[in-house]
Write a protein that binds this ligand. Structure first.
Ligand code: C5P
Length: 261
């Protein structure tokens, strides 16, 4: 296999140098981590599913003008993406109380919030990605006030889009996290959505049964993660329903599934 330069390895993905300047290859691993790596497992097939689900979501976002880093999916585990300067902030949008919001404010899981809430966390594993205020972001120069405005507008657009997309397939979007990056094109910079959007980064509940179809299955030891992610992919029409995608073999049959064009 051709050698290529590894730029960065995260918990669930690896970034390699891309074929053209300004591009990278994003590789989806099967690693699942939670509680800042205190819980770790390899879940056969997760990377393949997240690659497909994230590709689908980013492609639809491109169609409606939400700027993002996806150029194209390359194969089962990899995407060609635009290189960006990642803003060291995780942006969380919440529609329904769950996870750390319940822990922090004593809310009951499942309580519908009075309105969507945007939170910022500083991307710093050593500190467990602490919640920060806009004041910290601007004071420490992680993003400017104008950039924060752009980020919030983008986050709201993504929330509206994802809520509708998932509602259409009987899934409630509880919350999600996005990452953003600065992308330069001919000396002009704009902020675009980067990283991934998948059941690893969203909370997704079945609307009829409230079944969790996201990474909480791993965090809470519920099991059945690949089946749940497969069901999400199936309902989105990405893979035939009831066909779990396991392993890295050539199991997906689609004209779009070419390694190179
Ligand atoms: O854990 P918490 O309730 O703060 O998570 C809110 C949302 O952000 C969840 O959908 C979770 O999957 C996502 N998240 C993430 N990566 C993190 C922290 C949270 O994808 N590092």
């Amino acid at each position: 296999m051709k050698k290529r330069r590894r730029i960065y390895e995260g918990k669930a993905k690896i970034l390699y140098e891309g074929p053209e300047p300004g591009t990278l290859v994003q590789f989806f691993k099967d690693d699942a981590t939670a509680f800042n790596k205190k819980k770790h497992d390899i879940i056969d097939g997760k990377g393949v599913l997240n690659n497909r689900i994230s590709e689908h979501i980013f492609t639809q976002m491109t169609r409606i003008g939400i700027p993002n880093h996806l150029i194209k999916r390359l194969n089962m585990r990899e995407q060609l993406i635009k290189e960006v300067e990642i803003i060291p902030i995780e942006v969380i949008v919440r529609n329904v109380a769950a996870g750390t919001l319940c822990e922090r404010l004593g809310l009951t899981e499942g309580e519908v919030l009075p309105r969507s809430i945007i939170e910022f966390c500083y991307k710093k594993d050593e500190l467990n990605d602490p919640l920060v205020a806009e004041e910290h972001i601007t004071a420490f120069g992680w993003a400017s006030p104008q950039e924060i405005d752009d980020i919030m507008a983008l986050a709201i657009r993504v929330n509206d889009f994802l809520s509708g997309l998932f509602a259409g397939i009987g899934i409630q979007l509880i919350d999600f996290k996005i990452e953003l990056g600065r992308h330069w094109e001919n000396d002009a910079m704009r902020i675009i959505v980067a990283d991934e959007i998948s059941p690893d980064s969203c909370r997704l509940w079945d609307m009829k049964t409230n079944k969790k179809m996201d990474k909480d299955r791993f965090r809470q030891g519920l099991g059945g993660l690949v089946d749940a992610y497969s069901e999400v992919a199936g309902r989105l029409g990405i893979i035939p329903e009831n066909e779990p995608q396991r392993g890295s073999g050539p199991v997906l049959v689609s004209d779009n599934d070419k390694t190179e064009e």
